[in-house]
Design a protein around this ligand. Structure first.
Ligand code: PLP
Length: 447
């Protein structure tokens, strides 16, 4: 038990990990970061093609963020935001986020993770409807394959069976509808527009079946991340939003992955014309250098919260570390870097190299579809291109492909049949080429 490798197996439970396999194979120990690369315990440089978990947007050695954190730690390492307390970075960060939101927003409320931000959003939907005298309007509609987090509420919103099975989830009152995955869910010959129209009609049927007076909100990632980089079919959000507005249902945009440039606009909501009432964001907010998330709410929601405070004496929600001064300082510096380096412009300049490069693999016998936008993409593998036949789940084909790519020095993530890519937003053309070669060579090697 002398090596960190053995001690990890002995003492550490890894989340979202096959524990049996971990016992057999042990951890991948990472020692340090270097730009878009990390260096493992054997000294091997690995290009982090997922930016960690879609979050390390500025790579792994941005000293400005280290300095911002250090300065704040020296000045005021901790203070709560409960009961009126405030301090410079959280005041200014609130103003910045409200000012840059993808739809008019009134206020920002902070937590430490995307899950907590979505939990908070769900509670605010209930709180809001309570405040305006319709407490029965509390069901939330989500989509299958979505990922909204891992707490009891956010895992319920999540539309992945493995996140529910054996945990007695989802909670009652979360309703899942069809995933807008044209390649997998579209009917033979169905155009994207027809598919979107069918999904909007399905949504309306679900709303009418459940009773619109019982449905509080709809939550969506502009582009689904973990579910396999599912890009919405043309006209999807336009049609879905029309249905939701008709039934007076709030829209929550989960911008945890898409927010802060990933899709080639500051927000995924801008890329797809989404006009949310609530926005949740995390990850890119601090480029992952410190855990921080935010839930932004519209004026109507805030006004209702204000009225509740008169009635109840308090707004009774919040986390000890919500609005942590170090997180807020790091987030402010992150946003400053995004502005100064025009990160959105950079994403737009380099994204075609990644997206076009991946699409050149479309003819490969194993590639069913290549999809993506900005700096997020997926390759969907298939056993049979014409029939779009998925591989049996136990083959874990995308996981094996990710393993082959890892041996070539690039870290990507395979889940089910989808190989996913989400590099740091600062990636340059030459580094994109490293990813593309590793993917192409590994595909050729895959049986
Ligand atoms: N929402 C989306 C879209 C995510 O991708 C994630 C995490 O991957 C979450 C929410 C949950 O965030 P966290 O892991 O910070 O709780």
């Amino acid at each position: 038990l002398n090596s960190p490798f053995a001690r990890d197996i002995a003492h550490h439970i890894h989340p979202q990990t096959n524990l049996r396999r971990h016992e057999a194979e042990g951890p991948l120990l990472i020692e340090r970061g270097d730009g878009v690369y990390v260096v493992d315990a054997d000294g091997k440089r690995l290009l982090e093609g997922m930016a960690g978990l879609w979050c390390a947007s500025l790579g792994f050695s941005e000293t400005r963020l280290v300095d911002a954190a250090t300065r704040q730690m020296r000045r005021l390492p901790y203070m709560q935001t409960f009961a009126h307390r405030s301090f410079d970075p959280v005041v200014e960060l609130s103003a910045e986020l409200v000012g840059m939101a993808p739809a008019p927003m009134s206020k920002a409320l902070f937590a430490c993770s995307g899950s907590e931000a979505n939990d908070t959003a769900m509670k605010l939907v209930w709180y809001y409807h309570h405040a305006i005298g319709r407490p029965e309007k509390r069901k939330i509609i989500s989509r299958r394959r979505s990922y909204h987090g891992t707490t009891i509420a956010s895992a319920s919103l999540t539309g992945l069976a493995n996140m529910h099975q054996d945990f007695n989830l989802p909670l009652a009152g979360v309703v899942h509808v069809t995933c807008p995955h044209h390649y997998r869910e579209g009917l033979a010959g169905e155009t994207e527009e027809d598919f979107a129209a069918r999904l909007a009609a399905e949504l309306e049927e679900v709303i009418e079946r459940e009773g619109p007076e019982t449905i509080g909100a709809f939550i969506a990632e502009p582009v689904m991340g973990t579910g396999g980089v599912v890009v919405p079919p043309r006209t999807y959000f336009e049609r879905v939003q029309a249905v939701l507005r008709r039934h007076d249902i709030l829209i929550i945009a989960d911008e945890v992955i898409c927010g802060f440039g990933r899709t080639g606009n500051m927000w995924g909501s801008q890329t797809y014309g989404i006009k949310p009432d609530i926005v949740t964001c995390a990850k890119g907010l601090s480029a992952a250098y410190f855990p921080i998330s935010a839930t932004l709410v519209s004026q109507a929601i805030y006004d209702a919260m204000l009225a509740e405070s008169d009635k109840l004496g308090n707004f009774s929600h919040g986390f000890t570390y919500g609005g942590h001064p170090v997180g807020a300082a790091v987030a402010r510096e992150t946003l400053a870097i995004y502005r100064e380096r025009d990160i959105v412009g950079h994403v737009r300049r380099v994204a075609p190299r990644l997206q076009d490069g991946l699409r050149r693999l479309s003819d490969h016998r194993l590639v069913g579809e290549v999809r993506g936008v900005g700096l997020m993409a997926a390759i969907e593998l298939t056993m049979d291109k014409a029939a779009r036949k998925p591989f049996p789940a136990e083959r874990k084909v995308a996981g094996h492909l990710a393993g082959a790519i890892h041996r070539r020095g690039v870290l990507l993530r395979g889940l089910g049949d989808a190989l996913m890519l989400s590099p740091p937003l600062i990636i340059e053309d030459a580094e994109i080429d490293v990813i593309l070669s590793a993917v192409a060579e590994s595909l050729d090697e895959t049986q």
